[in-house]
Design a protein around this ligand. Structure first.
Ligand SMILES: [Ca+2]
Ligand SMILES: [Ca+2]
Length: 127
């Protein structure tokens, strides 16, 4: 699990990128994408992104200001302040503690996922 890195999101902004994706889909390299190849590509994609994981990754990167793969209480505080939330660094420390399963005082991506699911659905998670 520790070997899993956060991949940078792919932006198809130029033709090179599009060609790269084309090559990925075009498994028999005939320069055309047939239905079979396209279906394979879609299937591969569906396997990869389970329920908006990409969006979460992007959000995580937004919070992780120094890009060390961990969100510290100061980073969380800075972002929340920017978002207009009124909270102190202490509040952020408490927030991090509530999801910090490995107890290092930082939020890694796994813990971030937990934090986000806590926020979006109601906090009461049954017995
Ligand atoms: Ca960080
Ligand atoms: Ca942690």
């Amino acid at each position: 699990m520790a070997t899993e890195t956060i991949k940078p999101s792919v932006h198809l902004t130029n033709i090179d990128e599009v060609e790269k994706v084309m090559t990925t889909i075009d498994t028999d390299c005939d320069g055309f994408i047939n239905l079979e190849e396209f279906a394979g590509f879609c299937k591969g994609n569906a396997d990869e992104q389970d329920g908006g994981i990409k969006e979460l990754e992007e959000a995580f990167q937004l919070y992780d200001l120094n890009k060390n793969g961990l969100i510290s209480s100061t980073e969380l505080h800075q972002i929340l302040t920017r978002l207009g939330e009124r909270c102190t660094v202490d509040d952020c420390v408490t927030m991090i503690k509530s999801v910090d399963s490995d107890g290092d005082g930082f939020v890694n991506f796994e813990e971030f996922k937990k934090m986000m699911s806590n926020n979006s659905s109601n906090g009461d998670a049954g017995p």
